[in-house]
Design a protein around this ligand. Structure first.
Ligand code: ADP
Length: 273
């Protein structure tokens, strides 16, 4: 029998301890970097609309107020910038609550088909402006009951459908497609827009990540929509996937547990965008 070497045992223990502590330090450093980057991003995002609104208001105070047309135009622009700021603050609040786990999930049977149709009517005006058609498939389907927090799921569907309209083509199509397996409902939100270049695909879920910053801002994006979607779905123990082909379109998909056992009608062949 080989005698154990006490010195070696102590050395091994010290090694394990130091490695563990080093890991903890690395983790803390990463968190600190994340915090600093986040603050820098947030300040930057706040600065843009504040600076713009300030500019319009000061120009008015400096004399532009006398011209009625300029007055109306500048006030409108100042108001639009303050509206963007409001959306940004609300999105940030949701995101930070999701990240710190402060939101209590209220998981109940939720009819995702009805919820989707409600979102379609909320977004009807922007879809009409761009002549985009909105469809749920299969169209002869009854209800689609899943286990979810209905308010949070509404936010997920709203962000995905709104993005599909905003970043799709004029005269395009947006389809929300449901299919089922034994335990799950698979949800797909598809558009036939310009698609997302491959190199951006796994970064679009990061907060403030936008492919085309100026276009996203122009159409009212905060850059937080998909980060919020990812967090909400994580809280439902599921993950979002994205598939995109240049000029063919983009499909976001995820699955959720069924609330009841039910059979959906078979999808038809024209369900593909
Ligand atoms: P935003 O508020 O800018 O829309 P999101 O987090 O919702 O932020 O989306 C991040 C970026 O991903 C968008 O700025 C856009 O460039 C891209 N994107 C999202 N959805 C689509 C889509 N359906 N088609 C093409 N690009 C998309």
């Amino acid at each position: 029998i080989r005698e154990s070497n006490p010195l070696k045992t102590i050395n091994d223990e010290i090694f394990v301890y130091v490695t563990k502590k080093q890991k903890e330090i690395d983790e803390l450093k990463k968190l600190e970097l994340f915090r600093r980057e986040f603050l820098a991003d947030v300040s930057h995002e706040f600065k843009t609309p504040i600076f713009a609104a300030q500019g319009f208001i000061h120009t008015l105070l400096d004399g532009a107020m006398d011209d009625e047309k300029v007055r109306e135009r500048f006030l409108r622009k100042a108001a639009n910038n303050l509206d963007s700021l409001d959306v940004l603050v609300k999105d940030l609040l949701v995101l930070s609550q999701m990240e710190t786990g402060d939101i209590k999930m209220n998981i109940i049977p939720t009819d995702l088909r009805k919820l989707t149709l409600g979102i379609f009517s909320r977004l009807e005006h922007i879809a009409k402006n761009r002549n985009v058609s909105l469809k749920v498939k299969p169209d002869d389907m009854p209800e689609v009951w899943i286990k979810a927090d209905a308010d949070r799921m509404e936010q997920v569907m709203l962000n995905l459908i709104e993005n599909a309209i905003k970043y799709g083509h004029d005269n395009g199509k947006v389809i929300v497609h449901f299919s089922e397996s034994k335990k799950y409902i698979e949800v797909e939100v598809k558009d036939n827009g310009p698609g997302i270049p491959h190199e951006h695909l796994n970064r679009i879920f990061e907060r403030f990540y936008r492919i085309d910053k100026s276009r996203s801002k122009e159409i009212g994006g905060t850059g937080l929509g998909l980060a919020i979607v990812k967090h909400i779905l994580n809280a439902h123990d599921t993950k979002i996937a994205v598939m995109s082909k240049p000029e063919k379109g983009t499909t976001f998909s995820f699955k959720l547990e069924k609330a009841y056992h039910q059979q959906l009608p078979e999808a038809k062949t024209d369900d593909v965008v």
